[in-house]
Structures are given as C-alpha cells and as structure tokens.
Write a protein that binds this ligand. Structure first.
Ligand SMILES: [Fe+2]
Ligand SMILES: [Fe+2]
Length: 290
C-alpha cells in the first residue's frame, strides 16, 4: 500500500556528486576514517589468543590522551566499578581485553568519526543514538546469553556510515561548488550508510560478523551469516529511537511491542518489559558518556 510520503520522490543529489560517491563506494576508494594507532593495536591484540593484559597496558601507556580517556570512561556510569579504579594497570586487569577494546572504540568513534564540523548537534545526537543502541543490544544479548561485548560493538557501530557519508558529501559539494540540499543528503545517507558502515568495520579489522551485522541492520532477515546479531541490532536500533527522540526517526512504544523481530529473537513480552525497564539507566549512561 502506498502512502503520500512513500509516493513523494526523495530529493536527489546533484548528478556529479551522486556519480562520484557511488563510484567511490563501488570501487572501494571512498576514504574511510582511520582507527587511531593505539586503538588499532588494541583491536589486533584482542584478536590474538597469545596476548596478555601486560602488553595491553604497555601499549596504552604510549598514548597519554587515550590512557586518560580510558581512565575516565572506565570510572563512568557505563562501567560503574564498585571501587574507583585509580591506575591504568588496575583498569586493564579488572576490565580485560574485550572491555578495553570496547572503550578504545567508543573513544575513537567519538573523536574521529562522529565529528563533522558545522554539524555538531546532529552528529552528537547520532553518537548518543549509537550508544543507546549499543546498550540495548548488550541487554538483548545478556538475555539471550550471547556475546555481550560483540553486541555492544554492533550497536555502537551500526550507523557509523552516517557521519562518514555526511563528511564525504559536504566535501564533494564543496569541491564541485554545488549547494548542499540537506534533504537530498539525508536521503542518500539513509540509502548508503549500511554499506559504508560495513566497509568501515572491515577496514578496522573487526570480526566479519560485525561488518555483516552493520550491512543488514535495517533488514536483518536478509542476512545469511549474521542473522542473530543483525536482528538484535535492528531491534536495539528501534529501542534507541524510542528512548532518544533527537536521534532521527520516531519509533512509538506500540511499534516496539508489536515488533516483527520479537518472535524470531524469541523474546517474550515479560522480557521486552525488562528491556524497556532499562530505559532510565541507559539514558543516564548516554548522558554520562556523551
Ligand atoms: Fe541505520
Ligand atoms: Fe540507528
């Protein structure tokens, strides 16, 4: 059934901008933000079964800005340690490799990806949305007894293609001396962010399942190799939109209660209630980090 909004044509990008963008994505030449050196090493170490936390501490020590950020984040309400963690060694040994990877990626996303000059308020709202989706994905994974660290990263990174594309489109319009039509830019980002986000996750050498999850986070049932995490992320995305209304499209509670993915995810109404009951806690966490 068509609705007035679905029949209205989305505004289009100027042809030269569209052609260059589409070609660079297809050819794999779109410039993607590079993961900061220390974060990249942390990702590598976390995938190496022979690495240990001493190596990790020594590595982080080399980047004082990252070390400071990490100390602050480890003591924030997101991780809520029972006693304050006062040294980097303590942070690393208490939290372990996977959590440190998570924090390094939050910091990298916030400082390197969700940073588009001139669009600070929009991008901050998108970063907050990503954090909320990460927290909801983690709660769904906890309920399903799936890997919670992987779930958090799927949520954190699901929309990472959005700020990347916004920056690229601003640059292209400037280069070609064309005026920016925000409606057209938003429509293009909506259509292309899953592919670009997935390419970014691959380029950061994160597990292939995360890249596939990002690719299918709006159409999880189509995923062949990451259906579970894609469904989890798609539901988490909607829960995040229900929680924070400044992060894009509006999602009503009734829509979440009738969500088509609740059955394939095997989530019963009382389990959804438990997820929804986390809203205040997740909102407080988002406030503390962003
Ligand atoms: Fe998305
Ligand atoms: Fe999203």
């Amino acid at each position: 059934m068509s609705t007035p909004s679905s029949t209205a044509a989305a505004p289009a990008l100027p042809a030269p901008v569209r052609d260059r963008l589409v070609a660079s994505i297809a050819q794999g030449t779109l410039e993607l933000p590079v993961l900061p050196e220390v974060a990249s090493q942390v990702v590598k170490l976390s995938g190496d079964p022979n690495s240990d936390t001493r190596q990790l501490a020594a590595l982080i020590q080399r980047d004082q800005a990252m070390a400071g950020h990490l100390m602050r984040m480890a003591n924030s309400t997101l991780y809520a340690p029972k006693v304050p963690l006062v040294s980097l060694d303590q942070v690393v040994s208490r939290m372990g490799m996977k959590k440190i990877r998570e924090i390094a990626l939050i910091i990298s996303c916030q400082s390197k990806v969700f940073a588009v000059p001139g669009f600070e308020a929009l991008i901050k709202a998108q970063f907050r949305h990503s954090l909320a989706a990460a927290a909801f994905a983690q709660e769904i994974a906890r309920n399903r007894r799936w890997n919670v660290e992987e779930a958090f990263l799927c949520g954190l990174l699901h929309d990472v293609g959005r700020p990347v594309l916004l920056q690229k489109l601003i640059d292209l319009h400037q280069e070609l001396k064309l005026p920016l039509d925000l409606g057209a830019v938003e429509a293009a980002i909506g259509a292309l962010h899953t592919r670009v986000g997935s390419d970014l996750v691959k380029s950061w050498t994160l597990p292939a399942r995360m890249a596939e999850t990002v690719l299918y986070h709006h159409d999880a049932m189509k995923s062949t190799s990451a259906a579970q995490t894609a469904m989890m992320t798609q539901l988490a995305d909607d829960l995040a939109h229900l929680l924070l209304t400044d992060g894009g499209r509006a999602v009503a509670e009734a829509a979440v209660r009738a969500h088509p993915l609740l059955v394939p995810l095997n989530l019963y109404p009382d389990e959804l209630d438990a997820l929804l009951a986390q809203r205040d806690t997740i909102k407080a966490m988002v406030e503390s980090v962003s």
